[in-house]
Design a protein around this ligand. Sequence first.
Ligand code: FA5
Length: 352
Amino acid sequence: MDNSPELDALLARLDTGASRDRISAAADVAELEVVERDLLGRRSGAREVREAIKGLDPSERPVAGRALSSYEAGVREMLAERATALAAAAAAAGEADAAERLDLTLGGHGLNRGHHHLVTQVQRELEDIFVAMGYAVAEGPEVEDDWHNFEALNFPPGHPARAMQDTLYVKLGRPEQVMLRTHTSPVQIRVMQSQPPPIYCVMPGRTYRNETLDARHSPVFHQIEGLAVDRGITFGDLAGTIEAFTSAYFRTTVPTRLLPSFFPFTEPSAEFAVGCVFCEGSGCRVCSQTGWIELGGCGMVDPNVFAAVGIDPEEYSGFAFGFGLERMPMLRYGVNPIKTFFDGDIRFLSQY
Ligand code: FA5
């Protein structure tokens, strides 16, 4: 049976010879891509033939379909061959160029763009560790009022525990009412005032104390505070959290130790220490032969603190901790004394 004129017209459009000529004429990969689009793409003749097959008599559709498939397969093969040939030619040209090229580069003056201070790097790293555990990050002001820095944290005026933190006051308003914050704990208060539980938050920042500089103490230093308030939070959660972040930071399972302590805003309170990473607990100069290095304080949020911010201590419990940020890189890199961080000596800073 003869083909219908419609079928013949379609088959005539599948011209392998003309396609071969176009493919061979492509001088580089970019041109070859254009040819491929023209021959097989969405607006190509092949695509129009595919659409037109639907309008043929059903008995002729298989013939047209087979012809189209065979044309497309042939074009793809020719495209692949041409691509290989073009790639080989480009590689050969590159080698020839490289052989003739003269290296005229001078040493030059590299632009030293600087980088984050080691303390900032550690702060960011610790934030990432806590964010991965589901914590948010919050900040508070460095100039604080007496209520946030002390009173809401259960240090009433005249409480002897205020003497534990040598305060630098700012001459503003009534005497001794405005100060440089002595710890990051006032940010706990601000966070609890600003949102209802559940709260899982870390609060890093700069803190100030009227202290004489020594190997481990500086009048300006950084702390990172942690606060978790939810139903059913226990001291076990606190211990597990401390172990989790110290292990994540030191990238090994470091032993942690909690010793009874006192803070007006936590009850019970503890000091937490990590096993000395230098001597692995056997005792050395860095850990004063104790095998342990103190990082900070912690405990269960005191009900009086919850009362100050309007959280019901019958419904919620929580833990808090705060530790010196400089302690972490001091331990990891053996930086000593603490003033090394703040001297601004580029020979030290550029190492990290
Ligand atoms: C506090 O500041 C409490 N706010 C910590 C806390 C938070 C307890 C939440 C309970 C709940 P302390 O004064 O011990 O605690 O300081 C905590 C840590 O800050 C210390 O262990 C030490 O690592 C660091 N630190 C304290 N003073 C200095 C200083 N002058 N220089 C460098 N680091 C310091």
